[in-house]
Design a protein around this ligand. Structure first.
Ligand SMILES: Nc1nc(=O)c2c([nH]1)NC[C@@H]1CN(c3ccc(C(=O)N[C@@H](CCC(=O)O)C(=O)O)cc3)CN21
Ligand SMILES: O=c1ccn([C@H]2C[C@H](O)[C@@H](COP(=O)(O)O)O2)c(=O)[nH]1
Length: 279
């Protein structure tokens, strides 16, 4: 994952210091891209240990169409706690947009089910797209995430907001457009999550995995991560070998995967690095 460290250095060297919604402040650059050939191993950061259980549960939770953190909390995953209401609601975030995008006539679109069907029946299509960016449901930035959720809006605007699949030579590739990226905390999760999702869809469609292309809008390092024991500690570390992902059975559909179906082997990571999250 040398690419990950190279972009981190790029942000430090070429970024602009600016304010942001959270009040923490960031150094950021605009418009960057990384590419991971998924046949060369699973792109899990080795220069700090990642909590893969949280990444897998979060993806399964999105795929269930769930937008309440109860499922995550029941599985000891706390990454969405800061944004939820007391009842655990986040409003119509990813799960709702992916599985039940609301249409003007009152019906809903299951973008994931349609995607799988289209990849299977029309692999050459240039329309294999999922979008979470639904302007009707975006939050009002002047009120809190919880107040937005209570009013039926998203607690947080989607960061990984649009992705597209491409089939060629029996291989499935995925490109994500991430409009806003917390490079130290969020991005390692986002890379692993989309790589995992690409493996699952490839399995369901009887394809091999191709590339994961990660395209960024505003990619930033929060100022409180630019310290000797966080970002600069990570930059001192040497990347190790990529682990491998095995999916132990083929579930009946994209909606039937369980945590136990995934095995990550050969993950030898350096110790985790704790960092504060900007809310
Ligand atoms: N500022 C910010 N960055 C994000 O990455 C982010 C948000 N907000 N809001 C919504 C979600 C929540 N995500 C998160 C939230 C927390 C961690 C985090 O704290 N990760 C730690 C430990 C995780 C754990 O052990 O529970 C890490 O070291 O990776 C990661 C992603 C990604 N998103
Ligand atoms: O999957 C995610 C979700 C969120 N983020 C980061 C990107 C930003 O630092 C914040 C969101 O703040 P906005 O003001 O809405 O851009 O969360 C991420 O990196 N990955």
């Amino acid at each position: 994952m040398k690419q990950y460290l190279d972009l981190m250095q790029d942000i430090i060297d070429n970024g602009t210091d600016r304010g942001d919604r959270t009040g923490v402040g960031t150094r950021s650059v605009f418009g960057r891209q990384m590419r991971f050939d998924l046949s060369e191993g699973f792109p899990l950061l080795t220069t700090k240990k990642l909590y893969t259980r949280a990444i897998i549960h979060e993806l399964l939770w999105f795929l269930n169409g769930d937008t309440n953190i109860k499922y995550l909390q029941d599985n000891n995953v706390t990454i969405w706690d800061e944004w939820a209401t007391e009842e655990g609601d986040l409003g119509p975030v990813y799960g709702a947009q992916w599985r039940s995008w609301a249409c003007p006539d009152g019906s809903t679109v299951d973008q994931i089910a349609e995607l799988i069907e289209q990849i299977k029946t029309k692999p050459n299509s240039r329309r294999h797209i999922i979008t979470a960016w639904n302007p009707a449901d975006l939050p009002d930035e002047t009120i809190s995430p919880q107040a937005n959720a209570e009013q039926g809006k998203m607690a947080l605007a989607p960061c990984h907001c649009l992705f597209q699949f491409y089939v060629a030579d029996g291989k499935l590739s995925c490109q994500l457009y991430q409009r806003s990226a917390d490079y130290f905390l969020g991005v390692p999760f986002n890379i692993a999550s989309y790589a995992l999702f690409t493996h699952m869809i490839a399995q369901q469609c009887d394809l091999e995995v191709g590339d994961f292309v990660h395209t960024f809008g505003d990619v930033h390092l929060y100022h409180n991560h630019l310290t000797d024991d966080i970002v600069y500690e990570q930059l001192k570390r040497d990347p190790g070998n990529r682990p491998t992902l095995t999916i132990k059975r083929k579930p009946d559909s994209i909606f039937d995967y369980k945590l136990e179906d995934f095995e990550i082997e050969g993950y030898e990571a350096l110790p985790s690095i704790k960092a504060p999250i900007a809310v």
